[in-house]
Structure formats: C-alpha cells, structure tokens
Design a binder for this molecule. Structure first.
Ligand code: FAD
Length: 221
C-alpha cells in the first residue's frame, strides 16, 4: 500500500532522501518506515507498506482511513547519498526497500546530479516490483533498471532476470572496486550483498551503505 501523509502546515520537517520515520500507532507501538518521496515534494511524506500481518500492517490495512490523524517522529537514519563522491552508484532494493531508493533517485534527478545510477530491484514474484513502470520510466533519464525475480511461478510468465538480486549485480559487474552501493530491504538481501560484494567483488567496506528492514521497533526507539 502506498500512503501519503500530509504534514501540518507549520511543521518544519526536513529529511535527506533515504531516511525513515517512526510511525506511532495505537497501543504504544512504534514502527519504522522509509520515506519514499523526495524532499522537493514538500508538505508530504509518502510511504510504501507491505502487509506483514503484524500490528502496523493490521492497523494500516485494516483500520486506517483517509484523513485520520497520525503521530510520527523523525527523520532518522544514516542511509543517504554521500555527495562528496562521484562514483557510480548501485542501488539495490528488495521489496519495499524500493521506497528510500525512489526518494534517492527522484532527488538526484531533480538536482541534475548526473551521477551514474543502476537500480537492481528484487522481489519473489513479479508483482512484488510494485512500481515497475515508474522504475522503467527512469531509463529516459539514463538510469539502468534491472528487475530480478527469485520465485516466479509459471503463471507469472516471467521472462526477465531470475535468482537473488545481489547475485545479479555480481554477474553484471565482477569488479565493484570503483562503485558505491546503497542497499535497502530484507535483512538476508542486505547482509548477503555486503558479504559478497566486499568479499568477492572488491567493494571497499566503507562504500557500502544500507538500511535493514528489521521488524518491530527501530534502533532509534
Ligand atoms: C529503518 C527501517 C525502515 C523500514 N522501512 C519500511 C518500509 O518502507 N516499508 C515497509 O513495509 N516496512 C519497512 N520497515 C519494516 C517496518 O518497520 C515493519 O516492521 C513492517 O512494516 C511490519 O510491521 P508490522 O507491525 O506489521 O509487523 P512486525 O511486528 O514488525 O513484524 C511481524 C513479522 O513480519 C515479518 N517481517 C516484518 N518486516 C519484515 C521485512 N521487512 N521482511 C521480511 N519479514 C518481515 C517478521 O517475521 C515479523 O516477525 C522498515 C524497518 C526499518 C528498521
């Protein structure tokens, strides 16, 4: 689900693309969610949520209505683009890990940074790549987009790349020594990417930036 939160008119909310907020929901529960829009899109926060069946999912998918009032805290996190580098960027997303990557890409396009960006987006099934058409449209701005599906069923009729998304990166670019990587989403994807990119593809450890979507409350809580 994509939701857009309208901020109060007098709110001073500034964030860096890639950062997240904590949503405070009834029952004293707090969950982290990445901001999906770019800061140029002022006055709003866009969020992409998957239904995991936990408290936040039940609240958003079952109870939340248009114009409800929500409390949030933020922004948090150090997952943002290092502007002091002009290295080409690999943007690696799994599932809703696409949200902060969307924010990053739209911001880079708005400011005309000209940095080379390649997006690898992985999901289990094709429909997990829920903004596939948006990602494809970025090709007009020079962004290479590689969708990767790990568990397609025959009914999906998937003709694109298959397997683990971080392995698709390694098949395409054996030597990552001159790249920066921004990875976001499921723990197994982010941790495998860090291990294999640095261990097998010469990516310097300090050129790997990531947010891991651990469930439950955020480290900031
Ligand atoms: C920095 C950060 C940013 C995040 N950004 C997003 C985001 O943009 N969109 C989003 O949907 N979620 C995001 N998450 C995860 C989010 O905070 C919630 O955990 C998630 O939305 C589910 O909340 P819940 O209360 O429904 O379930 P929870 O109580 O959090 O989890 C219920 C069960 O669902 C499973 N689960 C939860 N999250 C995941 C996951 N990411 N991958 C695999 N299994 C999972 C686990 O088995 C867990 O036990 C982020 C987490 C962090 C730490």
């Amino acid at each position: 689900m994509r939701i857009r939160l309208k901020l109060p008119a007098n709110a001073q909310f500034r964030f860096l693309p890639g950062q997240y907020i904590d949503l405070l929901i009834p029952g004293g529960i707090r969950r982290s969610l990445s901001i999906a829009n770019s800061p140029e899109d002022e006055g709003f926060i866009e969020l992409h949520l998957r239904n995991y069946g936990g408290p936040l999912s039940n609240f958003v998918f079952g109870k939340l209505k248009e114009n409800d009032l929500l409390r949030l805290e933020g922004p948090f996190g150090s997952f943002f683009v290092r502007d002091d580098s002009d290295k080409p960027m690999i943007l690696l997303a799994s599932g809703t890990g696409f949200a902060p990557i969307q924010s990053i890409i739209e911001h880079e396009l708005q400011k005309g940074s000209g940095r080379q960006m390649t997006l690898y987006w992985g999901g289990r099934r094709p429909h997990d790549l829920y903004f596939d058409s948006l990602a494809r449209s970025w090709a007009d701005h020079g962004i290479t987009y590689v969708p990767v599906v790990s568990d397609a069923l025959s009914e999906d009729d998937w003709r694109g790349r298959s397997g683990f998304v971080h392995e698709a990166v390694m098949r395409d670019i054996a030597d990552l020594s001159s790249y920066q990587v921004y990875a976001c989403g499921a723990p197994v994807v982010v941790l495998s990417a860090k291990r294999d990119f640095t261990g097998r593809c010469s990516l310097p450890e300090d050129e790997f930036f990531a947010d891991i979507f651990v469930s439950g409350a955020s480290p900031s809580a």
